[in-house]
Design a protein around this ligand. Structure first.
Ligand SMILES: Nc1ncnc2c1ncn2[C@@H]1O[C@H](COP(=O)(O)OP(=O)(O)OP(=O)(O)O)[C@@H](O)[C@H]1O
Length: 861
């Protein structure tokens, strides 16, 4: 029984299973199976069950050593029931333990007495087969027929031992074999005992035989009982096996469950990782989109700002121009034009207020746009906050899942333990697993919900951004269109105002430039007194040259009447070419508006005409021609945005010795003189084509070629004196079309930039050629003066332009609607005072010219 228990403990059964098994086996178990009586004192045995009294015959039997003498001093080893049906015979000590368990009587009796109810043959037949591990049944089957079985009354199956229903009651704890008082018959086969002294007492002997029979019966019944016990033990064993089998199955099922759980956990983990990856990707996409939107917004904003800046610049320029115009208007018009000035001021005010309003509107719209961007930023921040929360939740979830994983891991270990403590832990584990599974399900659902939220927020954000973008784009487009429209209108207004001011300024405007002395410390200079402009007090618009005369009485020099010259502007020696161009750029602008403009420089040789007109030395202070060149082509680009397309054609001509030459013609052969068409308002030259100039580089190249071909020579005043009048003619035509490509407006402007040859008294002592040139130059200039003074006297008809090629050339530029600006260049040197005064007088005459008629000045045919 101990062995059986040990086997059960060693097996992989959980305590509960073992307990149930033990419980189940406890029912049929004979009371002596686990009886610790092996170590119990005899007194306890007595106290637990009454012992049958030993009969006389038993005592007699004890006293018969011959009967069971061969067992003398030897304890009988009886196989113990239990375990896996093994009944082990051990040494005397263990045998004593095992047997005493169900037959304590054997222990209580002296060794010799033990053989009283076991005959020799029974003991001999059992002994050799009582091997370790043999079962009782086997023993029963293996037991050969003994002398007892031959009697037919000792066959185990017929043993009266089985008559005791309870093994415990017969051989159990504290029991003893039944009374030996039963009668029995002596076996017929029993051999006759040798004659002994006892034969003499035959009756007594017969009584002993009967007692032995009875004892045999008892043993049989005990054996039967034992057999029943074995059978019940076998049943128990089968039950235990079945329990064991079912336990194993449960273990397998649990293991499978554990694997499933593990797989599910792994799957969940993968899904969580996927979800994390997906969330990270979403976040990355969101950030990417945000940065893209921000970039686009920046670009839009910058474009908008640029456009605004441009418009503001435009506005400022317009305002400056208007201011200038107004100032000029005020300075020139006097009282008679006050009404017009009032109107202009009104217009100007309106224009200013319109522009201010537009500016305010614009700023307001920008503010709105900024607010929309700020709203969008706050939305983005909100989304980021939500995303952060989602990330936090995801992090919590991960932590929780990690905790869960650890719990699962712990549970897995516990499941392994549960293999040993199967039924006890199973329910708990299952509960926890299902709880965890449901928690995991909940968390997965939460992740899914969060992801969906993020997606939704992202989609909302994209839509919102898209809407804002579209609205902003539309607003910008509308605004641009509106501003463009306004700009076109303002351009028209400016054009009109400009025209009005130009008309008020007169047909020929005159400006004067004083060349700086080459050595101010040494050079004797004309004591010019500047007359500062009343409005622009940093500008000079007049010169006073003091005069002296000899007092006839005293013979001393006394101050005479000073000579005063008033011009539109006087540039003193400090002024640069840039200052000059700033003043005349409006005229170049008016060429773009379709006007005929003529700018020419008049002055003594070496007074700075070419310097002012053509200087191109790379020090940044270019003359009028290079600056005009730059301005024309940038204006063409600007006007393109207002729907205008311009073409530029150019020609560079020279009047040398009163003959007209094309400065662009090849100089390999002698150039042929050209003829000016004396009829019409446009300058036309017979047999001469204008060159199409696509860009500033073409014009540049044209000027370079012309400069190389111009007639120059050393004069007294100038080492490289221009010996001819050079004329750069630019025809600038603009065309504006509507959406259908129909021409709706045209502009035809002409710009003549003329660098006249130096006026100087011809030096008779110089080269003949130079002298001849000087005479010719002076003649043509004198004639120009004559023409100008005729025009100045209000003659509009009968003015003879034909006498000189120079005046023929200038005729179309001196008519009505033409703008002519004359620069008079003067030397500051005392030695050139007379020439300077002559030039200034020439300029004053020119200033008086009023061009009349409906076209060019009428020539005398
Ligand atoms: N405003 C100025 N500042 C500095 N130098 C000047 C200025 N004006 C003219 N000069 C210098 O004076 C010299 C003569 O000038 P420029 O050739 O322009 O005279 P010009 O009137 O064209 O003479 P010409 O009629 O003989 O051709 C040049 O060396 C030029 O650099």
């Amino acid at each position: 029984m101990h062995i059986m228990e040990e086997n059960m403990v060693r097996g992989s059964l959980a305590p509960k299973a073992r307990a149930s098994m033990l419980t189940s086996t406890s029912q049929p178990r004979p009371s002596g199976i686990r009886q610790p009586a092996i170590k119990t004192s005899s007194s306890s045995i007595h106290s637990s069950a009454p012992l049958n009294p030993v009969s006389d015959s038993q005592n007699n039997a004890r006293a018969q050593p011959t009967n069971l003498g061969q067992f003398g001093g030897q304890k009988r080893n009886v196989p113990a029931p239990g375990g896996d049906n093994t009944c082990v015979f051990q040494d005397n000590k263990s045998a004593h333990n095992g047997f005493a368990a169900f037959n304590p009587e054997a222990k209580r009796k002296p060794p010799g007495a033990g053989s009283q109810y076991q005959n020799k043959s029974a003991g001999a037949s059992l002994m050799p087969r009582l091997q370790k591990g043999s079962s009782i049944l086997e023993l029963q089957q293996q037991r050969p027929a003994t002398s007892m079985t031959t009697s037919g009354s000792r066959h185990p199956s017929n043993s009266s031992y089985a008559s005791n229903n309870s093994y415990g009651s017969s051989i159990g704890y504290g029991s003893r074999p039944p009374s030996r008082s039963h009668t029995r018959t002596r076996s017929a086969t029993r051999p006759a005992r040798p004659a002994t002294s006892m034969d003499t007492r035959e009756d007594k002997h017969n009584g002993n035989v009967a007692e032995a029979d009875e004892h045999f019966q008892t043993i049989n019944s005990q054996f039967e009982s034992f057999k029943n016990f074995i059978e019940s033990t076998e049943k128990i064993s089968t039950t235990v096996k079945e329990e064991l089998e079912s336990s194993k199955k449960r273990v397998i099922a649990l293991e499978e469950e554990r694997i499933e759980l593990h797989t599910a956990r792994q799957r969940l983990k993968d899904e969580l990782q996927d979800a994390e990856r997906h969330a990270r990707k979403l976040q990355y996409d969101l950030e990417e989109q945000q940065s893209q939107h921000e970039r686009k917004y920046k670009i839009l904003e910058e474009d908008h700002k640029r456009e605004l800046d441009l418009l503001n610049d435009e506005f400022k320029r317009e305002m400056d121009k208007n201011q200038k115009l107004q100032q000029e208007f005020e300075s020139r018009c006097g009282a008679e034009a006050e009404a017009r000035l009032e109107n202009l001021s009104q217009d100007n005010k309106e224009l200013r207020s319109t522009l201010e309003r537009q500016k305010r509107d614009h700023e307001h719209e920008i503010r709105l746009l900024h607010e929309a961007i700020q709203r969008r930023d706050s939305d983005v921040r909100r989304i980021e906050e939500e995303l952060r929360k989602a990330n936090n939740e995801r992090f919590d979830l991960q932590t929780h899942i990690r905790g869960n994983n650890e719990t699962i891991e712990r549970l897995r270990k516990r499941a392994e333990d549960a293999e040993e403590r199967l039924s006890k832990d199973k329910g708990h584990l299952g509960g926890q697993i299902s709880l965890l599974s449901s928690t995991l399900d909940l968390k997965s659902e939460r992740i899914q919900t969060l992801e969906e939220n993020v997606k939704k927020l992202q989609a909302d954000c994209e839509l919102e951004v898209q809407d804002i973008k579209l609205a902003a784009e539309k607003k910008i487009a509308d605004e641009t269109a509106l501003l463009r429209e306004r700009l076109i209108k303002e351009e028209e207004r400016r054009h009109k105002l400009f025209e009005q001011v130009q008309e008020l300024k007169g047909n020929i405007r005159v400006m004067c430039r004083i060349k700086p002395p080459s050595d101010p410390a040494k050079d004797a200079l004309i004591p010019f007194e500047p007359r500062w402009n009343e409005i622009d007090d940093d500008k000079i618009d007049g010169l006073i040259i003091p005069t002296f005369r000899e007092d006839l009485v005293s013979g001393k020099l006394v101050a005479g009447k000073p000579r005063e010259f008033n011009f539109e502007r006087v540039f003193d020696e400090k002024c640069s070419n840039g200052d000059v161009f700033d003043e005349i750029s409006q005229l170049v602008q008016s060429v773009m508006d379709g006007k005929k403009v003529c700018i020419f420089c008049y002055g003594q040789t070496g007074s700075g005409k070419t310097f002012t007109m053509s200087k191109r030395q790379g020090d940044g202070d270019d003359g009028v021609i290079p600056r005009t060149q730059g301005m024309i082509f940038s204006e063409i680009e600007r006007l393109k945005t207002l729907g205008w397309e311009y073409t530029v054609e150019g020609s560079y001509l020279e009047v040398y010795q009163d003959k007209l030459y094309d400065l662009l013609a090849s100089r390999h052969s002698k150039p042929e003189p050209l003829t000016v068409d004396p009829i019409g308002d446009e300058l036309k030259i017979k047999g001469h084509d204008f060159t199409l100039l696509n860009d500033a580089r073409d014009l540049d190249e044209m000027i370079r070629v012309a400069d190389n071909n111009r007639h120059v020579a050393a004069t007294v005043k100038n080492d490289r004196s221009s010996r001819s009048h050079s004329i750069l003619v630019l025809k600038i035509n603009g065309i504006k079309k509507d959406e259908n490509g129909e021409t709706i407006r045209t502009r035809k402007g002409t710009l003549n930039l003329i660098d006249l040859a130096g006026s100087e008294k011809p030096d008779k002592n110089g080269l003949e050629q130079v002298y001849k040139e000087g005479v010719e130059i002076n003649s043509s200039l004198s004639y120009l003066r004559t023409v100008l003074s005729s025009l100045g006297q209000g003659k509009t008809e009968g003015v003879d332009f034909r006498s000189y090629t120079l005046t023929q050339l200038l005729r179309p530029s001196l008519g009505k609607g033409c703008r002519t600006l004359m620069f008079v260049m003067v030397s500051p040197l005392k030695e050139n005072e007379n020439e300077t005064i002559r030039s200034l007088e020439f300029a004053r005459d020119a200033q008086k010219v009023k061009m009349g008629g409906n076209g060019a000045a009428k020539s005398k045919k």
